[in-house]
Ligand binder design. Structure first.
Ligand SMILES: Cc1cc2nc3c(=O)[nH]c(=O)nc-3n(C[C@H](O)[C@H](O)[C@H](O)COP(=O)(O)OP(=O)(O)OC[C@H]3O[C@@H](n4cnc5c(N)ncnc54)[C@H](O)[C@@H]3O)c2cc1C
Ligand code: FES
Length: 282
């Protein structure tokens, strides 16, 4: 059993959770993830390791479906049945020169740990974080601390540059010599943003988020096509060369269980309402 040490809501529907898991915290590197299962009958979900502090690891997640809503309902002191990790290969950290680390939406959660390791490896690090609006921006102070420079953007212009990270990245590519770029966010954002670096020939990495079950290369659910070859994102990634990824296939496969996911969330929410009703009448 794994204890939740701290939990707070960072933005509307986005939560930060510190979990006591020394076997993970001792070995975790930027770019890796864990797989958790809340209770015996729960499904396994992968979440990026977004921070490490002593025996504790941090996950930052958006409540989108049944399991993430259930996780969001837990509080400090509550227990999680299984937490496996660190899984996946670490980010390709080395001294490149000048790097840009970009996070979109809840993908911003993965950026401080990458930016920090890149800076420790001797790079100059420029951060770009973007969200739909100012209320959904997360980890801004943390990114400011670990980056040499940070740019913020929002789709509606409510904070920073009015537009997408791709616009800011293009501006930086035109102004500076950039050696490597990381892009982490929704698949469509990674697809569009990585097209910006292609004409410049800049090494670009993305962290892929296909559906994962075991996280250890056994089930095949996370298969993606990279450079025309089948890869298992959980063991061969999740980080890959952005310019080699078949994003359209990734997005198609992410949607294959949409009907079942909607049904599971509706059942979970009905059950929660009934339990709350029972508690009110108790
Ligand atoms: C390596 C990796 C790291 C991730 N890191 C984060 C993170 O740091 N923060 C965060 O908010 N989200 C992260 N995700 C996505 C997260 O796993 C899903 O949001 C979560 O599994 C949704 O579960 P659910 O039951 O709440 O939603 P559901 O209603 O079951 O699904 C909602 C959507 O989430 C995706 N999803 C569902 N089940 C899985 C699964 N088992 N594996 C992967 N994707 C799934 C699908 O695209 C689906 O349409 C990561 C995914 C991967 C593969
Ligand atoms: S999650 Fe099963 S093979 Fe990757």
């Amino acid at each position: 059993m794994y204890r939740i040490k701290e939990k707070k809501e960072l933005a509307d529907g986005i939560y930060e959770c510190w979990i006591e898991a020394p076997h993970i915290s001792r070995h975790a590197r930027a770019g890796q993830f864990l797989v958790l299962r809340i209770d015996d009958s729960g499904e396994r979900i992968p979440l990026t390791i977004s921070g490490v502090d002593g025996d504790d690891v941090r996950v930052i997640y958006m409540a989108v479906g049944k399991t993430t809503h259930y996780l969001a309902s837990l509080g400090e002191g509550d227990l999680i049945r299984d937490v496996a990790g660190p899984l996946g290969t670490p980010a390709t950290i080395r001294d490149y020169g000048t790097c840009v680390v970009i996070g979109g939406g809840v993908g911003i959660a993965c950026t401080p740990i990458i930016a920090k390791e890149l800076r420790e490896a001797g790079n100059r690090v420029i951060g770009i974080i973007g969200a739909r609006n100012a209320g959904l921006l997360i980890c801004e102070d943390e990114m400011r601390d670990v980056c040499d420079e940070l740019f913020v953007c929002t789709d509606d212009g409510s904070s920073g540059y009015h537009g997408f990270p791709a616009g800011l990245l293009k501006r930086e590519l035109e102004a500076l010599s950039i050696d490597a770029v990381w892009i982490i966010g929704p698949a469509i954002m990674m697809k569009i943003t990585s097209e910006v670096t292609r004409p410049y020939g800049v090494k670009t990495f993305v962290s892929l988020n296909p559906i994962m079950v075991d996280g250890t290369g056994m089930c095949g659910s996370c298969r993606v096509t990279v450079g025309g070859e089948t890869k298992f994102a959980c063991v061969d990634g999740p980080e890959f060369d952005a310019h080699q990824v078949d994003f359209d296939e990734l997005m198609r496969r992410q949607r294959i269980y949409l009907d079942q996911e909607k049904e599971a969330l509706a059942l979970y929410q009905n059950h929660e309402c009934r339990c709350m009703g029972d508690r009110k009448h108790a």
